[in-house]
Design a protein around this ligand. Sequence first.
Ligand code: AMP
Ligand code: ZN
Length: 112
Amino acid sequence: MSDCIFCRIVAGSLPSKKLYEDDGVIAFHDIRPIAPVHFLVVPKTHIASLSDCSTDHEALLGRMLTLGARLAREQGLHAGFRTMINTGKGGGQEVFHLHIHIFGGGTTLPKV
Ligand code: AMP
Ligand code: ZN
């Protein structure tokens, strides 16, 4: 079995609070939310990070972003939301399977 936790969630061997799934992408709530709504958009195929993406992945990345915006609306984030990709240890990445964080709700997020 894969030791990648997001591959295990994709395979269904680790439970998640799933929001969405299709043939290429899955979205589920973050286990340690930093905002009232906080979910992750994850490709089903194992790609370690954004740095490992090439032009071959452009359609997948675009699909992940537009899906994230749609799910954010469906989750009630009508005032807006933040989109974040941590890349590599220097970028604070902890799970080395590409994912987009989408979070918001409650108070206005700090300016970055
Ligand atoms: P990152 O720092 O971008 O790699 O973030 C990884 C995120 O995955 C963190 O926000 C974690 O809370 C989240 N996470 C880790 N394990 C799980 C899990 N089993 N289910 C849902 N989210 C998780
Ligand atoms: Zn993986």
